[in-house]
Design a protein around this ligand. Structure first.
Ligand code: AP5
Length: 217
């Protein structure tokens, strides 16, 4: 299938990363997750990681200027398509994205807004496990690995993200409501917003997104 230029929007734990990995295979485009990029910077102890780890550990947003710089660098060779996961998260980031895409002479095909009730988000975040090596995402009951604590894909160690503890999850969910949820109206106003029910099985949500994108082409 041809490339797509997508933004995945939605609260922490709604399944953006999980769906992005499925959509990346379907459309053969890069999955650009600012969360993954920042976690990698922390892991590698780069200057960026040192500057941003405090915000991430506390469940707060990294300053716009920093994260826009990260995005600008990662998207520059992606004219043919991309799946943006976790960016933009503020109006300023959304304006910056529009400017960057404008400079590249391209525009978004759609913004997919994933919706699920709060209890689903909390259940998903509290049981999430991720591979330290390849980033594959699991859940202790919804999507367990075949062998406990070991990644099915690469054999790497599964770990619980530091920001998935109960207190920090509370801050992240509030931060989403206060700073990111307004992007739903922002993109609705631009005629780009498509909302999907993300509380279902991931294959069903995937099919819903594919159907939406087929209708747009
Ligand atoms: P980021 O990594 O982007 O975290 P997030 O947006 O909070 O999203 P999550 O990764 O927690 O959830 P997800 O929706 O991807 O869910 P997942 O697929 O894993 O950001 C982390 C931090 O980085 C931020 O707090 C901030 O500090 C910083 N940051 C990043 N971007 C930034 C930006 N643009 N500006 C400023 N700061 C930024 O699924 C969750 C669980 O549910 C998994 O266990 C999965 O197996 C399970 N699951 C998924 N789908 C289903 C399903 N359909 N059924 C059952 N279980 C499911």
């Amino acid at each position: 299938m041809g490339g797509v230029r997508l933004v995945l929007l939605g609260a922490p734990g709604v399944g953006k990363g999980t769906l992005a990995k499925m959509l990346k295979e379907e459309y053969s485009v890069p999955h650009l997750s600012t969360g993954d990029m920042l976690r990698e910077a922390v892991k590698q102890r780069t200057q960026l990681g040192k500057e941003t780890s405090r915000y991430m550990n506390e469940g707060k947003l990294v300053p716009d200027d920093v994260v826009v710089g990260v995005l600008r660098e990662s998207i520059k060779d992606c004219e043919k398509g991309f799946i943006l996961d976790g960016f933009p998260r503020t109006n300023r980031q959304a304006d910056a994205l529009q400017d960057i895409l404008g400079e590249m002479g391209i525009s978004l095909d759609a913004v997919i807004n994933f919706e699920a009730p709060l209890e689903v988000l909390v259940q998903r975040l509290s049981g999430r496990r991720q591979c330290r090596e390849c980033g594959a995402i699991y859940h202790i009951s919804n999507m367990p690995s075949k062998e406990s604590g070991i990644c099915d894909v690469c054999g790497g160690e599964l770990y619980q993200r530091g920001d998935d503890g109960r207190e920090v999850v509370g801050v992240r969910l509030r931060t989403y409501e206060e700073e990111t949820a307004e992007l739903i109206d922002y993109y609705r106003g631009k005629g780009l917003l498509e909302s999907v029910n993300a509380a279902k099985h991931r294959e069903e949500t995937f099919e819903e997104v594919i159907t939406i994108l087929r209708c747009k082409k």
